[in-house]
Write a protein that binds this ligand. Structure first.
Ligand SMILES: [Fe+2]
Length: 296
């Protein structure tokens, strides 16, 4: 990373936009507040839509195009984004019906042309590696092709000396209190994370230094230190050689103690990554918590 690089990003997860005036107003207000802070990058970390149908994707696209919350924008696919039940034809899977809409949204809002839900991007010299699912269940499905690609992408990103941000809607299994924190006791550990491919994914991530895995999906609010675990959950975990940070949901968190509208404000300097919890909906809302990761 260039010595002078100082990236600022606003990251929201689990927006769950649906055909609702209130939800559109809510997101519009958040995007406008983000724009006022002059960020380099806006990220929606999956479950941008409540159901990945045309109406929801077009609504999200129109809002992003109208407000342009940051200089650059990246989008990650989440499980709700793949649940396009409206468009499913006989024999067609929900992911097949949803993926073209996600890729079109990505192209129009990020300028990124990709044939897959996984891709990489560089913003002000900072590498972002985006994971995507090839399935349409509540957990993510990587597939062998993506795992091979990921290893190559990390190898390339590791040539620079800065942090490598891996953006993924799903956390690794058994992290951030999963599977218990997902709220459905009958779900096993493989159903609400990267599941039975999680160990393979983790093995690849562990090979590289300075990897920060950012995820959402849990809707568990923000518990910024491992020592403060609530019901086994903390938002920040050291997993071997990597740091895993699980974002609060921007709409409804399970525990209900965190109001809607929260996301993370990220500043990347050559020596550190600083996360601040911030409510992007409430005007003038100050950052309420701060997590600094210094480069080894
Ligand atoms: Fe969600």
């Amino acid at each position: 990373m260039d010595k002078n690089v100082n990236l600022r990003a606003a990251i929201l997860s689990d927006i769950h936009l649906r055909d609702s005036f209130v939800r559109r107003r809510f997101l519009t207000r958040g995007l406008k507040n983000i724009k006022k802070r002059d960020y380099d990058l806006f990220v929606t970390l999956g479950d941008t839509t409540d159901h990945g149908n045309k109406t929801a994707w077009f609504a999200a696209q129109r809002l992003l195009e109208a407000v342009r919350p940051a200089k650059r924008s990246l989008a990650v696919i989440g499980n709700h984004d793949t649940w396009n039940r409206d468009a499913r034809k006989p024999g067609q899977s929900e992911i097949d019906a949803s993926l073209p809409l996600f890729l079109d949204f990505l192209r129009k809002t990020s300028g990124i042309v990709s044939k897959t839900a996984w891709y990489k991007a560089e913003v002000k010299g900072v590498p972002f590696i985006v994971l995507g699912t090839v399935g349409d269940s509540v957990g993510g499905k990587l597939g062998d092709e993506q795992l091979v690609w990921l290893d190559e992408a990390l190898k390339e990103a590791a040539k620079s000396e800065g942090f490598i941000f891996v953006l993924s809607h799903w956390p690794l299994k058994n992290t951030h209190g999963l599977p218990k924190t997902f709220g459905e006791k009958e779900l096993n550990e493989n159903k609400c994370s990267w599941g039975d491919e999680s160990d393979k994914l983790n093995a690849i991530l562990q090979k590289y230094d300075r990897v920060v895995l950012l995820s959402g999906h849990s809707h568990m609010g923000w518990v910024p230190h491992e020592k403060l675990r609530i019901r086994g959950f903390s938002s920040v975990e050291v997993v071997g050689n990597i740091l895993s940070v699980n974002l609060p949901c921007c709409s409804i968190n399970h525990d209900g103690y965190l109001l809607p509208g929260y996301g993370l404000d990220l500043t990347v300097t050559p020596d550190a990554a600083v996360f601040r919890l911030r409510n992007f909906i409430l005007p003038g809302s100050p950052a309420v918590d701060k997590l600094t990761i210094e480069k080894k």
